[in-house]
Design a protein around this ligand. Structure first.
Ligand SMILES: [Zn+2]
Length: 381
C-alpha cells in the first residue's frame, strides 16, 4: 500500500495510496473511494502534533486519515524519519465510525506511548536494556539482505535483531511470552469489507464483486436471509436491530452477487428514482432567491446504493482554494432485496444515522417530500 511519488490526481508529493493502477495522496484516494462506495469523504486530518519523549527529544507526529476496505484508519506517524521507522500508531474503526473519536483515540495512544520508555541505556556498556519486564514495538522490513530477520522498532528507535537480543541480557533464566498483534488497534464492532475500484476506469463504471457465479448461489442466500430475519424476530430482537442486521447482511449478499457497490446509478438503483433525485436538486436550485444564487447550490450524488443531497457553498477564504465546500444534508439508501428506500440524517461529525420518523418507502418521492416538509431542523438547520 505504500509507494512514493506524486499524486496522479492533484500532483501532491509523497502520494502513498495505491488504488488500482493509480498512486494517490490520501485525500484524492478518499475522494475516489467515496465516489465509488457511497461513503462520505473523511476530510483532512488535524495538523501535526509535537510530543516530548522521555529522552527529552521533541517528536513531530503527523496524522493520516484514510479509508481502507476494512474500515477507517487514523494514524499518527513520526515525521523526518525513514519510512517505517520512528513512532507510529494506528487505529482502525468501522466504516461509519466517528472520525473525531478515532483521531482522539490515536492521539491519546501516541501521547501515552511516546511518554513511556521500554528500553534504557545500560550504565555498563551503553547498550539498550529492557527497563522493566515488558516491551512493545513493531517489526519493520530489513532491506539489508534477503530473508534476514526483521528489524524492530522500540521507543520509536530502530534496532537490529542483535541489539534487540542484547536488550534482554539481564533476564537469563527467565521465562518470556511473545504476543503478536496487528499494526492497527482494531476498534471495529463489526467488520464490513468494501470493494474498492481496481482500475482508473472503475470509477464511474459498474463494479464487479467477487466472481460469485461459480461458488455462491445468491438466490439461496436471499432465501436464507428471509429465514434469518424471521429467526431474529422470533428471538425477540427489536425492530430496528433486525432491520440493521438484515440490511447489512442483504448488502453483503448484493456484494457477493456483484451488484454492489455499483457506482453507476442505473446499474443498481431504479432509473425513475435516480431521475427523481436529480430533479429534486434541480428544483431546489431553480427555487433559490436571487441573493442566494452564487452563494449556495444543491447537488445530488449517486453512488453505490445511496443517493446523497449536498448543500454547496463557495470558499469563504481564498487560501482554501477555488473548490466549493459540500455539506451532506440527507442520504437515502436503497435496499435492493426489499426495493425500499430509507432516510439517513447527518450529525455534526458527518456520520449518517437512520432517521426513524420518516418510515422507509418503496417510492423515493415519499422520502423527498417528507424531508422537504420536515420541521425538526435536522436536515435544513
Ligand atoms: Zn491528490
Amino acid at each position: 500500500m505504500t509507494t512514493t511519488g506524486s499524486c496522479d490526481d492533484c500532483g501532491a508529493p509523497d502520494a502513498r495510496v495505491a488504488l488500482g493502477d493509480a498512486t494517490l495522496c490520501d485525500r484524492c484516494a478518499d475522494r475516489r473511494v467515496a465516489e465509488f462506495t457511497g461513503w462520505p469523504e473523511l476530510g483532512a486530518p488535524p495538523p501535526p502534533i509535537h510530543l516530548l519523549g522521555p529522552d527529552g527529544v521533541e517528536h513531530e507526529l503527523r496524522y493520516r486519515l484514510w479509508r481502507a476496505p476494512t474500515g477507517i484508519c487514523a494514524e499518527l506517524e513520526e515525521a523526518g524519519v525513514a519510512p517505517g521507522e520512528g513512532f507510529h500508531y494506528a487505529v482502525l474503526g468501522d466504516h461509519d465510525a466517528d472520525v473525531a473519536e478515532l483521531l482522539a483515540l490515536v492521539r491519546s495512544t501516541a501521547e501515552h506511548e511516546v511518554g513511556r520508555q521500554y528500553l534504557e541505556r545500560s550504565d555498563l556498556d551503553g547498550t539498550w536494556q529492557v527497563a522493566d519486564t515488558d516491551v512493545a514495538g513493531r517489526f519493520v522490513w530489513n532491506d539489508e539482505g534477503h530473508g534476514d530477520p526483521h528489524r524492530v522498532v522500540v521507543d520509536g528507535r530502530t534496532l537490529s535483531w542483535e541489539q534487540f537480543g542484547r536488550a534482554f541480557a539481564p533476564f537469563e533464566g527467565c521465562q518470556f511470552r511473545v504476543e503478536i498483534g496487528d499494526r492497527f488497534d482494531d476498534r471495529r464492532p463489526d467488520a464490513e469489507i468494501l470493494a474498492f475500484p481496481t482500475r482508473r476506469e472503475d470509477v464511474g463504471q459498474p463494479a464487479l464483486g467477487p466472481d460469485a457465479s461459480a461458488a455462491v448461489d445468491v438466490e439461496q442466500l436471499r432465501r436464507a436471509l428471509a429465514e434469518f430475519e424471521r429467526s431474529l424476530r422470533d428471538a425477540g430482537a427489536s425492530a430496528s436491530s433486525v432491520r440493521t442486521t438484515i440490511d447489512r447482511a442483504a448488502a453483503f449478499v448484493d456484494y457477493l452477487a456483484g451488484e454492489t457497490p455499483a457506482p453507476r446509478a442505473s446499474a443498481s438503483l431504479p432509473d425513475a428514482d435516480v431521475d427523481r433525485a436529480r430533479r429534486w436538486a434541480q428544483q431546489r436550485n431553480d427555487r433559490l432567491p436571487e441573493r442566494a444564487i452564487g452563494q449556495i447550490r444543491y447537488e445530488v450524488d449517486i453512488a453505490g446504493q445511496a443517493v446523497t443531497m449536498y448543500e454547496c457553498r463557495p470558499p469563504w477564504r481564498p487560501e482554501y482554494g477555488p473548490e466549493w465546500t459540500r455539506f451532506p444534508i440527507v442520504r437515502f439508501r436503497y435496499t435492493k432485496t426489499r426495493r425500499e428506500w430509507t432516510t439517513y440524517w447527518r450529525d455534526r461529525n458527518s456520520k449518517f444515522h437512520r432517521y426513524d420518523p420518516i418510515p422507509p418507502s418503496l417510492d423515493l418521492q415519499d422520502l423527498i417530500d417528507a424531508v422537504e416538509t420536515d420541521r425538526s431542523g435536522i436536515f435544513w438547520g
